[in-house]
Design a protein around this ligand. Structure first.
Ligand code: THG
Length: 262
């Protein structure tokens, strides 16, 4: 499972303040904490309150790169902000994300090609968030087709069904899980799949349990990657154990420690 740490997001109060005050220590500590907890990559999101997202994202990228070489996922709904981050990124970038809107898709697939980035495609269009599996698949097919038409390697595409909070969209959870399985059969080779996990428990009070239960189920449906809180040790243990059960790792009594030492 490819883990992207979600904690460098201006939506968190401490991060929002650190961005505003250019407090490098807070960002660097958060980056290292996530890497030590097992993150393979770090999401970088200036948050909704950023007044200067074009320069804030560059400051974040440069600040994080001083302490880690892990890949960074530039998380913004604005292609201009992503492009700004791409200009200063040293390692292979991840673009988070494009929607299925043709205009946005063309711009971001072209940027992904230019910067040899991996690309996250979320199944949202100008009509909003889909309400069922068929709508998700339709949008996923649009994203895959645009990648193929532009010679962008589909194996570098991560499709995201957009996880909704279980407390408001309980009836959609099964469709979201099944979308993960069906995204994989849209093309050969298959695109990869990803979720923003914490969305599922927003507004609920037993967040950690809901997060790890959903993750475990999503892994069973073929999930390849997740944006999550790697500081949640029980969640990370569940992710590792899910893959063990699917025979993606060899069992030994100390498999958790063995995985963490990898
Ligand atoms: N898909 C993709 N990218 C994404 C998401 C997605 N990026 C953003 C988000 N969703 C994933 N990251 C988070 C980060 C934090 C939370 C949820 C998802 C979260 N935050 C607390 C809350 O809202 O309750 C904030 C707590 C605080 O303010 O301190 O839950 O789906 N591709």
């Amino acid at each position: 499972m490819f883990i992207i740490g979600e904690l460098i997001n201006g939506m968190y109060q401490n991060i929002g303040r650190a961005i505003k005050e250019h407090d490098k220590a807070v960002i660097q500590k958060c980056a290292l904490q996530q890497v030590q907890a097992g993150a393979d990559a770090l999401d970088v999101n200036c948050g909704p309150a950023s007044r200067e997202p074009l320069s804030d994202i560059q400051w974040l990228v440069e600040t994080i790169q001083e302490v880690t070489d892990k890949p960074l996922a530039l998380d913004s709904s604005k292609p201009k902000v992503i492009e700004s981050g791409l200009k200063v990124i040293k390692n292979r970038p991840i673009i988070n994300s494009t929607t299925a809107d043709p205009e946005k898709l063309e711009i971001l697939v072209a940027l992904a090609k230019q910067y040899k980035a991996r690309l996250i495609g979320i199944t949202i269009s100008s009509k909003g968030i889909p309400q069922n599996k068929d709508q998700r698949l339709e949008l996923a097919a649009v994203i895959v087709a645009t990648c193929v038409d532009n010679d962008f390697n589909v194996e570098d595409l991560y499709l995201d069904p957009i996880v909704l909070p279980v407390n408001v969209a309980q009836a959609q959870m099964k469709d979201i899980l099944e979308s993960i399985r069906e995204f994989k059969i849209i093309s050969q080779p298959s695109p990869k799949t990803i979720v923003g996990l914490s969305n599922v428990s927003q507004g609920s009070c037993v967040r950690s349990l809901i997060n790890r239960t959903f993750l475990t189920m999503a892994v069973a449906y073929g999930l390849d990657a997740a944006i999550l809180d790697p500081a949640d040790k029980e969640l990370m243990d569940a992710a590792i154990t899910s893959e063990l059960i699917l025979n993606k790792q060899i069992y030994c009594d100390s498999y958790l420690e063995a995985y963490r030492k990898k």
